[in-house]
Structure formats: C-alpha cells, structure tokens
Write a protein that binds this ligand. Sequence first.
Ligand SMILES: [Zn+2]
Ligand SMILES: [Zn+2]
Length: 389
Amino acid sequence: MERAQGGESSKADALAGSDTMTVPQTMKAWVLGDPEELILTEKPVPTPAKAEALVRIDAVAICATDLEIIKYGTPALIEGGPPFNKNFTPGHEYMGTIAALGPGVDEFEIGDRVTVEIHAGCGQCKRCRMGMYTSCHNYGLNYGAMDKGHRANGFTTDGGFAEYAVNNINTMIRVPDEMTDEEATLVVTAGTSMYGITELGGLVAGESVVVIGPGPIGLLAVAVAKALGASPVILIGTRKNRNDIGTALGADVTINPKEEDAVERVMALTGKGADYVVDCAGNETTVNQAVQMTNRGGRICLAAFPKEPVNFNLGAIAVNNIYLYGIRGEGRSATHRAMAFMAEKRFDAGLIHTHTFAMDDLPTALRYARDRVDDAIKVVVSNKLDAKT
Ligand SMILES: [Zn+2]
Ligand SMILES: [Zn+2]
C-alpha cells in the first residue's frame, strides 16, 4: 500500500483503497456566531473515537432546518442551550470520503465514499432500542462531559460546513461509484420521505397517496411512494415549476390549490378519499385538508414542524378512524432503503438539486436556498470547488 505524501486533502481522491490518507491538523470550518452570523475559521480536525470514522467532507446540501438553526437556534441544542457563539459548525446533509477510522472500526475502509444520516442515537434508551434513534431520549446529552453517545451532527455536535467531521459508523452509507456527490447528499432527504411512508405502513402498492407541499421532502415522498407502487400518487402544491418536478418524479396528478379545491379534487380522484396523506407543509390549511381528504381508516403523516399551534378537526379524525403519525427525521434505517432505490435509479433525486457553490461561498448558497433565488430547491456546497465571490 502506498503512503500518502504531503498534506493536501484533495490528493486523497487518488487514494481510494489505500489504508491511509493524510489528514491535516487543522481545517477550515464555518461556525455560528450570533443569529444569522456565520464565520469562516480554523478548527482542529476532530479525532474519531470507538465506533466512529473521520469523514473528509466533499459536498453538503442545505436544508430548511439549517436556515432555522442559523436564524433561531432551534432545533440545534449545544451544551443544553442555544447554539450561538459556541464554536458550533452547522450543516447536516453531507457526504464525503472516509479519511481515518476510530479504534476497532472494520466496517468501513479509508477511501470509502459515504453519505450520512444525522442521528446516531445513544443506543441504550428505549427508543434507540426500537430503532427510533431520531427520537433518542438522550438527544443533545453528549457535548463536553455529558457523553451519552448520542450525536446529531449539525444539531447537537459539529456538522458538515467544514472540511472534516466525525461520524458514528451507524450513520454512514456507502455511495456507489456512479452516483455524483450532489445526488449522494440527497439520500438523507429521501430517507426522511421513506421514513414517513414506511411509518404509515409502507405497503402502499395500489393505494392512493397524497403529498401536500412540494419541498424537497415532499417531492422525494412522491418519488418514494411511486417507487413503492402507490397509485395514484397525487401532489398538491402552489408552484408550477415544483409540481412539474413532482410529475417527473412520478406524480400521476398534480393539484394547484390556487386554481381548484384540493379536497374536492382528491375526493373525485379517489372516490372515498386518499388512503395515505403525507403533509410536508404543516400549516393550518394543509393539516385540515389532510384530515378532510383522508378516507375512513386512512393514515396521515405529519412530516413538517409547524412553529405555531394548529387548529384542526380532531373530531373528524376520531369519527373516521384516521391514524395520525408524527415523524422526526429519518429513523429505522430508512436512509438505507432510500439509498437502495436511488442506487437502482428507481427515481432521479437529482431533479431537486438546482445549484452548487464552493464551501467558501456558503453565505451565497444559504441566500439562494432561503430566498429561492433562481427557483432554487436543493443548493449544495462543495469542497472541491474554488470560491467565486
Ligand atoms: Zn435536513
Ligand atoms: Zn437513545
């Protein structure tokens, strides 16, 4: 085996299959200062511990939750409190190349391309033991001396807007050679959609599925539902360009609620209402639409996090024996199931990727994502590009 020479991390591309990769002592990393303030700084490269690996970050997708964390702090939780001015690096939808292994790790090799899911549960609480590690009871109790083994990179531990990150081996999924870095960053988003649909029961073949809200999770929920054989798959959204992407991802019908009554149309298309509704918008209008368009005995998945309490027709849920599911993140290894579909090209998640910027241009990339500049959907930052601005 050849030994890596020099300290250039970009040379590591040539090292796949090697047993070593030169890792520098320090790295560039963005850290959160005050709300809305990101600072590019130097940090020590972290060292992987037992059951962990060091990932050289190649690309990171920006998520609406990153924008929330940078502005409001929540749902990030650092040392039991808000993440501001704590040298915290956000970013959670990343992929890269394994650069070093913790003691005893033989599940991966240096040079493996991996994409990550966010939550490494503590592995010992009741929910982790059930596979519901995104609902770990020890969420956030792992910084400093409070080591409960739980990580949620970009939420409770350092994330991906940097050159390296440490990941628990349970959070890493191998990336096929032919999959691009950008597409690989979308696996965790597809995993969230997969988690929602599989928590609803998963056996959606021949059943009707309505997805409300064509954001990244909603669009990939359309793709996953279609790949699982749902029929019809109906997408509800107010933006034509996004509904068109939904059609390309497998929606049989798209409904623009600005142009027609979404509930009436779903009832007309399904007869007695939809078997499954996945609400990826999470506002009062859409939650009530979901309740009204679900058939008796049907199931609703709430995949969005409304900021305010929502009024909805609880009685209709009980009278119609409707089941209501909340989902958090991408539990029960759903990300692996999503990767299986993407590796087999059952759908092209890349359709939701719209822009790539250099990591050094992160503020520009965040602006594109936040303001939906140039119809941005998924904006990716890459460590393989040079800054433009
Ligand atoms: Zn996310
Ligand atoms: Zn746990």
